[in-house]
Design a protein around this ligand. Structure first.
Ligand SMILES: Cc1ncc(COP(=O)(O)O)c(C=O)c1O
Length: 385
């Protein structure tokens, strides 16, 4: 059925005041601020002001965030750790794995966000071996490229769902199938996909999933989640920890470390309460808008964008096949920073990475936003490669 590209923005764009003065098309960096998330922050300040230290309520809000995220990815709340960033969850998991035996290899790809490479390479000091699956000559990473590297020495596969610098989407199901043939668990970095496409841990078959709320989930910095499949809870004994990871947070026992039996063991200290208010609001707003509709809408906008860049003689580095990309479209530039600045000068907010302009539409963007980007790219054709 044809997608009406005006339907979703008509439903939600008015809730994001930035569109009164900017064309905001940079959700791969940060989602736009909505009235709902602003109200959530105001509620946090009001609660703090009126009630002083309503810790029971704030702990309940942490549980509400856990439940909201669990709902989003089709997990059980007990399978979710509430963290302060994607990095915090992954680092806790890494600290809990032992690399002493034969199974000490961690497999990553060339598409990982720096934090993933850094966390796993840090484990080399603890006996881990890190192997990178490279891009092939076409710039892709096919699941068959994992075939030779996943074996009985592999401890974990740690892969990104959508690459932050070229927008390519990994065939996660195939990688999981291969990994599970060798009884190797898979950790998915879903930061560039969550909120923009449906992410279902059961359908994907992943064992761990990490992300945060500040991009397509419309929240702010300071809140992340780590999903751990219930069968794997006791396979990790995190040594990077804190009292909110304990079996009984309020036991206050300084003579013992007994991590929670469930995914809470990957938590740390005091929960990020303000970001939790915002994160719940962002997740609820995306549920109201609809993630399936958002995926269809953004695909349509991205077709317009890609066709327009083709017409200008530019180079789109993101795969053409809509099933092999996320919401992010990357366009090759001779000077990506200057191109971002040129667009910013015209009130259009984008970003750059790795020599590419990043344009990332969301539910609130319109075909007119795409036209505005293309108009500006036409004026700065000299900066297209
Ligand atoms: C794919 C991906 N992973 C991880 C991160 C960083 O997450 P955090 O700063 O919450 O650790 C980002 C942020 O841009 C990202 O795009």
């Amino acid at each position: 059925m044809a997608v009406d590209v005006h339907k979703l923005p008509a439903k939600c764009r008015h809730r994001f005041p930035i569109f009164e003065h900017r064309v905001y098309i940079n959700s791969c960096s940060q989602g736009a601020l909505s009235d709902k998330v602003r109200d959530a922050y105001n509620s946090y300040l009001r609660d703090w002001d009126e009630k002083g230290a309503p810790w029971d309520y704030w702990v309940e809000r942490t549980e509400a965030a856990r439940a909201a995220f669990a709902r989003l990815v089709n997990a059980d709340p007990a399978e979710i750790a509430v963290t302060t960033s994607l990095s915090a969850g992954v680092a806790s998991l890494a600290s809990g794995l032992r690399f002493a035996g034969v199974r000490n290899k961690v497999v990553l790809t060339d598409w990982e966000f720096p934090t993933i490479g850094q966390i796993w390479h840090a484990q080399e000091a603890r006996g881990a071996r890190v192997v990178h699956v490279r891009e092939d000559e076409t710039g892709q990473i096919a699941s068959k490229s994992f075939r030779g590297v996943i074996d009985e020495e592999t401890k974990l596969i740690s892969v990104t769902h959508v690459c932050y610098r070229n927008g390519a989407k990994l065939d996660v199901e195939s990688v999981v199938r291969l990994a599970h043939e060798h009884e190797v668990p898979v950790l998915l970095d879903a930061y560039q996909s969550i909120g923009s496409i449906p992410v279902d841990v059961k359908a994907l078959g992943v064992d761990f999933l990490a992300c945060g709320t500040l991009k397509y989930l419309l929240g702010s910095a300071g809140l992340g989640f780590l999903y751990c499949r219930r069968e794997l809870w006791d396979k990790a004994w995190p040594t990077a920890t804190g009292w909110f990871a304990d079996r009984n947070v309020f036991e206050m026992d300084i003579h013992d470390y007994s991590p929670a039996p469930d995914a809470r063991r990957f938590q740390s200290g005091t929960p990020p309460v303000p970001s939790i208010y915002a994160g719940i609001a962002g997740i609820e707003l995306m549920e109201e808008i609809g993630i399936v509709d958002t995926q269809k809408h953004v695909r349509k906008l991205n077709e317009l964008l890609i066709d327009g860049v083709d017409d200008l003689g530019g180079t789109v580095v993101t795969p053409r096949d809509p099933n092999r990309r996320g919401a992010l479209v990357c366009i090759k530039s001779t000077d990506a920073e200057r191109l971002v600045a040129a667009l910013a000068g015209e009130g259009i907010v984008t970003s750059s990475r790795d020599g590419n302009l990043r344009v990332s539409a969301h539910a609130y963007n319109t075909p007119e936003d795409i036209k505005a980007v293309l108009w500006e790219l036409a004026r700065r054709r000299d900066l297209l490669a």
